[in-house]
Design a protein. Structure first.
Length: 409
């Protein structure tokens, strides 16, 4: 399938506009990064890299961010972070409360989690009645309480039956009600629930306006090690691709491709700061994916340039590059367009777990596509224009001499 035929766009003549766009995006993104880092050095990193405790909390209504922040400050946790998250439709009222840790002891990390829980309980009244919170109870704890009270009057063999009932109640809470029960009447349709069971629940348990959905703990030493490994993984990927393209084409092609890919990564990181996303291990995986994707698109154009250099010996390199980009334009639109639609759907419907990964892919596919013909190709043309003629002379009859003659024409 080919969308465009007979295209004759002067891409190299428009290269200055692509460069200007890149400089603007880089400036805006990295000004945002420097501002965030100056305010909080760990603001850019997720828990994977900075180390600490992240507690995922879901509220029955709109999360009271200011009230949460005030409670954390009163508890001496002013260095904590609060980030509101929601699904595509905005129906999930979740926040992530992060607490940076500077010690390595597991007890200290567990204490950080407990501090956040204590603040939430004190701020929103959970546990003030002296009753455990049903929205936080585990199936085993609930089964033990039901077995003791025996609301179904089973007497013998009650343990297995109440284990099953506890699992059904917690499933109704987590699946049917999104993890938040505001009234015990919401559980009356669960399998095996009787008025006696609801009576025991209402007398033995309280209902808070929030529920702890998950908690993650990473030590600061582990976070620092992960940051170092992620950095070197990216550098090794770029270095390996530089060597590959330099071997397959010429070193200037490899340098141009690596500069373009490095440009893609820097712009994507700038967008992460602008939209307040954190850099985590999944984001590094996305960036490495983008490195390969952008490099592949660049190689396709360079390969067509190499073919056309043999066929268009009388044309200048600028004309050859323009012709090559125009010839591969249909392929670029098809592959990049379909990839963009895929990652866009992933971003919109993939949920919060994949949100940062898919955001990096959405930005990277767009930036990586235009950098192939707007950054990498112009670098090769500029290098050959200003420095190609200064290379060491070679024998005219050799293959290298023919290429040099074409580059200088």
């Amino acid at each position: 399938m080919e969308f465009f035929r007979g295209v004759n766009v002067d891409w190299m003549g428009k290269a200055k506009y692509f460069v200007a766009l890149s400089l603007i995006l880089l400036a805006i993104g990295w000004i945002s990064i420097f501002r965030r880092v100056s305010q909080n050095p760990g603001a850019l990193y997720g828990i994977d890299f900075r180390g600490g405790t992240d507690v995922y909390v879901r509220f029955a209504g709109k999360p009271p961010i200011d009230q949460i922040r005030k409670g954390l400050q009163q508890a001496g946790l002013s260095n904590s972070t609060i980030q509101g998250i929601s699904d595509t439709l905005g129906s999930q009222n979740d926040v992530v409360i992060g607490l940076e840790q500077t010690q390595n002891e597991e007890a200290s990390l567990d204490a950080g989690k407990q501090k956040i829980l204590d603040v939430l309980n004190a701020t929103f009244g959970a546990g003030n009645s002296g009753k455990p919170d049903f929205n936080s109870v585990t199936p085993s704890q609930l089964a033990a309480d039901l077995t003791q009270k025996d609301p179904l009057s089973l007497r013998t063999g009650a343990g297995d039956r109440y284990n099953q009932l506890a699992a059904q109640l917690t499933a109704a809470r987590d699946t049917d009600n999104g993890g938040i029960v505001t009234s015990f009447d919401q559980l009356k349709n669960a399998q095996g629930v009787t008025p006696g069971v609801l009576s025991v629940l209402s007398s033995d348990y309280s209902l808070s306006s929030f529920a702890i959905r998950d908690a993650e703990i990473v030590g600061p030493k582990v976070g620092a090690q992960l940051r170092k490994q992620a950095f070197w993984a990216t550098i090794y990927a770029l270095g390996g691709m530089l060597v590959y393209i330099a071997f397959r084409f010429e070193w200037v092609y490899g340098a141009a491709a690596v500069i373009a890919v490095f440009h893609d990564v820097l712009i994507t990181l700038g967008f992460f700061s602008l939209f307040h996303y954190e850099i985590s291990l999944t984001v590094i995986a996305a960036l490495l994916t983008l490195v390969g994707y952008s490099m592949n698109d660049t190689i396709v154009i360079f390969d067509r340039v190499r073919e056309n250099l043999r066929l268009m010996r009388r044309e200048s390199l600028t004309e050859v590059v323009n012709k090559s980009i125009n010839q591969t334009l249909s392929r670029t639109i098809l592959t990049s367009g379909l990839t963009f639609l895929t990652v866009l759907v992933l971003f919109l419907a993939g949920g919060e777990v994949l949100r940062a990964f898919s955001f990096a892919m959405v930005v990277g596919v767009v930036v990586g596509t235009y950098s192939s013909f707007g950054i990498a190709a112009p670098i090769v043309v500029i290098w050959n224009k200003y420095y190609g003629g200064k290379a060491t002379p070679v024998r005219a009859g050799s293959a290298a001499g023919k290429r040099a003659a074409v580059a200088r024409s």
